[in-house]
Design a protein around this ligand. Structure first.
Ligand SMILES: N[C@@H](CCC(=O)N[C@@H](CS)C(=O)NCC(=O)O)C(=O)O
Length: 289
């Protein structure tokens, strides 16, 4: 690493560049090893990890179950730090090798769904829930769902990477992405100042997409001390909305699924049954931890 780097004419992959994800990052796609995916007893099979993109989907699945829909599912753990996303079975479900990925075995042939936004839309349509019928509200829901899908890479891949994960702190990069993320937070704060939820009075898949990213950021759950650095407390309408969603029972369950960090009682590595939340969290499976 040096400050006066001049890019060569053609980039080549010669070195590990350090940083938290250096061991799994590659400039090519495709599988690195043979590994079929497990299939459980439910029609919906989720392959994921409790990052914000993963939590969106487990929150929706738990909300669907809470609403009485037959959306029971198996959630299998994909450890992206160990390269599970490059196993042959996972790549067949998502050629982009990123969690979350879903298989719907209730249709013939089974259908694959990848990209968290596509999974939210697929499940909302399949179960007719959390996506309003009214054309204006439906459009507003999709506006904010796609806003999140386009915006979060600046938060995670841009700000989060350079502020927290990168092996050197580059002022130019941190300034650029802090500016953009604060602008995004202001977009949300102004909207939520006079809307209860993103699409209005109804809680929708747009809230489920945005909450794990921006809610977690301002309450201090992301990228070290980013909440202080970005003055997260000043976004008071985002905080009001964040707290209302955090209190929902389905959200409390959804964020536990495929989680491998934090309090052992909040980690449910795999979810195969509704009773797992009471009996199979890490504090129960591994009381030493
Ligand atoms: N646009 C994708 C992004 C998914 C994504 O970036 N997933 C990350 C975890 S949050 C991942 O699997 N990273 C593994 C890797 O990059 O190898 C989506 O929303 O589903």
């Amino acid at each position: 690493m040096n400050d006066d780097y001049t890019p060569p004419k053609v980039w080549t992959w010669e070195k590990e560049n350090g940083g938290q994800f250096a061991s799994t990052n590659r400039p090519v796609a495709g599988p690195t090893h043979d590994k079929p995916l497990p299939v459980g007893k439910h029609p919906l099979q989720l392959y994921s990890l409790a990052t914000p993109n993963g939590q969106k989907v487990t929150i929706l699945l738990e909300e669907l179950l809470e609403a009485g829909k037959s959306a029971d599912y198996d959630a299998w753990l994909i450890r992206i730090g160990d390269g599970d996303q490059f196993g042959s079975g996972f790549v067949e479900v998502n050629p982009n090798s990123k969690i979350p990925a879903l298989m719907d075995h209730s249709v013939t042939p089974p259908r694959r769904v990848f990209e968290s936004g596509a999974i939210l839309l697929y499940l909302a349509e399949k179960f007719d829930a959390f996506l309003p019928h009214d054309p204006s509200l439906r459009t507003e829901t999709l506006n904010w769902l796609f806003w999140q899908m386009g915006s979060a890479p600046y938060l995670g891949g841009g700000f989060g990477h350079f502020y927290h994960y990168a092996p050197t702190k580059i002022e130019y990069a941190i300034d650029r992405f802090a500016m953009e993320v604060k602008r995004q937070l202001d977009v949300l704060d102004r909207h939520l100042a006079d809307h209860r939820f993103m699409a209005g009075d109804e809680y929708t898949i747009a809230d489920m997409a945005i909450w794990p990213w921006y809610g977690r950021l301002i309450r201090g759950g992301a990228y070290g001390d980013a909440a202080t650095f970005l003055d997260g407390a000043s976004y008071t309408s985002v905080a009001r909305w964040e707290a209302e969603i955090a209190a929902r029972p389905a959200v409390k369950r959804g964020i536990m699924v495929n989680r491998t960090s934090g309090e052992p009682s909040g980690q449910l590595w795999e979810r195969h049954d509704a009773s797992d939340f009471a009996t199979r969290t890490q504090d129960k499976l591994d009381p030493q931890s």
